[in-house]
Design a protein around this ligand. Structure first.
Ligand code: GLN
Length: 291
C-alpha cells in the first residue's frame, strides 16, 4: 500500500470525502450523515471520532463504511442503515417495516404525558404504534401506566415487540386495525389516554415527499388514502367508547390539517379541544377530553 492510500484511510479524510460525496448527491446534512455512518463503522461515538481524527482506519471498517455510504447515496435513510433511531432518549430499532420516529412526535408524547393523572395508575393505548416508540416512551416515563399498543401490521408489531423486550419495558402489543369494525373488540377500554400518530399524508402529496421517505418508509404508515382525515374519524369514534370520562385523546396531525382535526374532535363531542404547534411553529398536536 502506498503512502497516499494510507493517508486516504485516516478518519478525517474518510469523513471529509464522504461528506463531500453526500453533499454533491444533494443529501441533507451531509456532514452529520457521514459522522453517523463512520461512528457505526468504527463502533465509536462522535467524540471518539474526532479524538481519533488522525488515526488510520483498518480495511474491514473502511469496507463497512463504504457499504453504508453506498446505501445512503441511494437515499436509504441513515436510521435504516444503522438499524436504530433515537426517540426521547431511547434507542429504538427501526427497519423498513416501521416509520422512523420524528422529533415532532416527541412533542406529542410530552403533551400527552402532561395529561395523565399524576396520582394514580392509568391506562394508555398507542394506536398505530409502528416501532413502538410512543408506547415505549410513555412506559419509560411512567412505569405505573398500563400501556397497550396496537398496529395493523404484523411486521411492525414484531419490531415493536423486539424494542419492548430489548428495553425491558412492559407494553401489551395487539394486532388491530383501527379502520376495521372489529378494532373495538381487540383493544382495552377505560383508557386515560388514547394516543396516535396515524398516517396522514394525502395521496397527492406522496410524490412530493423526500425520496428517503417516499421510497423507503412504509407507505401504510404514511398515506391516508382517499380522505386525509380517515384515521382521525376512526379514532374519534373509537375514543368515545374506549376512553373513560375525563380521559384524553392526543393525536399528531399534518400541519395543514390541524384545524380540521381540531374541529372534528369538537364536533364529535370532545371537550377542552386544543391545537398546538410544534417547535417549527406548524400545527402538529390536537388534544381533547372525553366528558
Ligand atoms: N411526519 C411524517 C412525515 O414527515 C408523517 C407521519 C405520518 O403520516 N403520521 O412524513
Amino acid at each position: 500500500m502506498n503512502s497516499q492510500q494510507r493517508q486516504g484511510d485516516r478518519v478525517k479524510m474518510l469523513l471529509e470525502d464522504a461528506a463531500r460525496r453526500l453533499g454533491d448527491a444533494g443529501i441533507d446534512a451531509p456532514r452529520r450523515n457521514a459522522e453517523w455512518l463512520l461512528c457505526e463503522a468504527l463502533g465509536t461515538s462522535r467524540a471518539g471520532l474526532y479524538a481519533a481524527s488522525g488515526d488510520r482506519v483498518d480495511p474491514g471498517a473502511v469496507r463497512r463504511f463504504d457499504e453504508m455510504l453506498a446505501r445512503r447515496l441511494r437515499r436509504e435513510p441513515a436510521q435504516y442503515i444503522l438499524g436504530y433511531a433515537e426517540f426521547m432518549g431511547l434507542r429504538v430499532v427501526v427497519t423498513p417495516d416501521v416509520l422512523i420516529p420524528r422529533p415532532e412526535t416527541e412533542e406529542l408524547v410530552e403533551a400527552a404525558l402532561a395529561c395523565l393523572p399524576a396520582d394514580r395508575p392509568a391506562v394508555a393505548l398507542d394506536a398505530g404504534t409502528g416501532s413502538g416508540c410512543i408506547a415505549l416512551a410513555i412506559r419509560a416515563a411512567r412505569p405505573d401506566v398500563r400501556t397497550h399498543a396496537c398496529d395493523a401490521s404484523e411486521a411492525a408489531l414484531a419490531v415493536a415487540r423486539r424494542n419492548g423486550a430489548a428495553r425491558g419495558l412492559a407494553v401489551t402489543w395487539i394486532a388491530a386495525d383501527m379502520l376495521r369494525e372489529d378494532f373495538a373488540q381487540r383493544v382495552p377500554y377505560g383508557l386515560d389516554l388514547l394516543i396516535s400518530n396515524p398516517p396522514y399524508v394525502p395521496e397527492e402529496e406522496m410524490a412530493t415527499l423526500p425520496e428517503e421517505v417516499r421510497d423507503w418508509e412504509p407507505r401504510a404508515a404514511l398515506a391516508a388514502p382517499g380522505d386525509p382525515l380517515v384515521f382521525y374519524r376512526a379514532l374519534a369514534r373509537h375514543g368515545l367508547r374506549m376512553i373513560r370520562p375525563g380521559g384524553w385523546i392526543a393525536l399528531e396531525t399534518h400541519a395543514d390539517y390541524g384545524e380540521a382535526a381540531r374541529s372534528l374532535l369538537a364536533t364529535a363531542g370532545y371537550a377542552d379541544v386544543s391545537l398546538r404547534k410544534d417547535m417549527a411553529e406548524r400545527d402538529r398536536i390536537v388534544l381533547g377530553r372525553r366528558m
